[in-house]
Design a protein around this ligand. Sequence first.
Ligand SMILES: Nc1ncnc2c1ncn2[C@@H]1O[C@H](COP(=O)(O)OP(=O)(O)OP(=O)(O)O)[C@@H](O)[C@H]1O
Length: 197
Amino acid sequence: MLTVRNLSSRVLKPASFAVASGTCVAVQGPSGAGKSVLLRAIADLDPAAGEVALDGRPRESMPAPRWRRSVTYVAAESGWWSETVAGHFPDPTAAVPIFSELGLPAAALDWPVLRLSTGERQRIALVRALLLHPRVLLLDEPTSALDPEATALVEARLRREQGRGCAILIVTHAAAQADRLAARRLLVEDGAVREAA
Ligand SMILES: Nc1ncnc2c1ncn2[C@@H]1O[C@H](COP(=O)(O)OP(=O)(O)OP(=O)(O)O)[C@@H](O)[C@H]1O
């Protein structure tokens, strides 16, 4: 269970909600409303006041890198620090089965990052996060550049993550995707977060 209480920042108005293990919550709202800011604040990537806890354990009780491995943020545009795809994986062979699940060929490990399409980047960034076996996935528009087939593959994988108890917060502008994946919706408007009816 991820618990957020009075989480606030320069952009974010105090937000309180919980996401149970194995459930998915869609985060929706207009462009610039604060959806990414919310996810980044939960992941402890930007300064924010308030309390965030995982299964009752406050995030202050663990080192920040450990928190971010358990509560993993996948940005809309991820960072890359190595020339090839394989350079982003401590154990590239472990990535191969998930590549396949997401419709990526194993050969993509040898590709230079520079040649990757936006949709390939999105999926490979997701693989990086999945290999951490996080307790919570914070996904920022993870399928915005994908065709319907690849989107379906990603959604199937996310359902499996839920099945193993992962809690998911997914920012999506696609109402149909929220319907398919999420049991609840959070609406972000002008930095304020509320439960959608
Ligand atoms: N570090 C920051 N300091 C000040 N303002 C910021 C910071 N980061 C983002 N903002 C602003 O906060 C607002 C919310 O940004 P955010 O990226 O969360 O929007 P969003 O809801 O994710 O939008 P989109 O759907 O377009 O991705 C924007 O006006 C943005 O310019």
